[in-house]
Design a protein around this ligand. Structure first.
Ligand code: NUP
Length: 217
């Protein structure tokens, strides 16, 4: 994945007309568009025909046995996904089946190591460092880490130089884009702060302005 603007749009809409309008407004400002169940269950994978986007990441948070993970991953890449997000807590074999399919398709795959919502502290976040190790072991393209906990991003950054760190949890979930980038995130993932704004392009530009002071190169 090519990181340039350091912003990924989370397109969590069910109304595809509105979704397309937002994409038209901001497509040149973002490094990718993350779509997930809201859009895919509402309109199916045919949305990909309309998202003429270079980098669409499917956030399916894959969490199944290796056979099914691989089957879903194949379908996603056949449909035009460039990247996929998978859970790591299913174990190495489930992740390796995603990796194999991603590799065959020249695509990216990201492993969720820690989540941004309060309830994530009850289970998944208790094993974050093990999940990070797993992501490193399977040579994932990157990890998903909480943008609203910069101290955690710093920790992950200190433990991995090579993997990308993509961070949701910005805006609506309280995180600040500039602080996440400063802590070591490669990209922030932003949904509602852009999609629910009356002026999505302006909102995206505002986020980019907040990042610019934190980028060294
Ligand atoms: O830990 C995570 N938190 C999170 O919000 C992992 C995620 N993949 N996400 C996703 O990021 C979530 O599913 C949504 O698509 C997006 C955040 O949206 P928003 O809070 O910026 O609207």
């Amino acid at each position: 994945m090519l990181v340039k603007n350091r912003l990924i749009l989370a397109l969590d809409l069910q109304d595809f007309e509105s979704a397309k309008r937002i994409v038209e407004e901001v497509h040149d400002l973002v490094d990718g568009i993350k779509i997930g169940y809201p859009l895919l269950l509402s309109h199916g994978s045919s949305v990909m025909g309309e998202l003429d986007e270079k980098n669409v990441i499917w956030d399916l948070k894959l969490a199944d046995i290796p056979h099914i993970n691989g089957m879903i991953a194949r379908k996603a890449f056949e449909s035009g996904a460039r990247g996929l997000i998978a859970h790591g807590f299913l174990g190495g074999d489930s992740l390796l089946s995603v990796k194999d399919v991603a590799q065959e398709n020249g695509g990216d795959f990201f492993v969720v190591v820690e989540m941004s919502h309060p309830g994530s502290k009850e289970f998944i976040n208790l094993r974050s460092l093990d999940l990070l190790k797993l992501a490193l072991d399977v040579d994932a393209t990157g990890i998903i880490a909480p943008g609203n906990r910069p101290e955690r991003i710093e920790l992950y950054r200190s433990l991995t130089e090579k993997m990308l760190i993509l961070c949701p949890g910005i805006g609506a979930q309280g995180g600040d884009a500039g602080s996440a980038i400063k802590a070591g995130a490669d990209c922030v993932i932003v949904g509602r702060a852009i999609t629910e704004s009356k002026e999505p392009r302006k909102a995206a530009m505002e986020i980019l302005r907040g990042l610019s002071g934190e980028i060294d190169s």
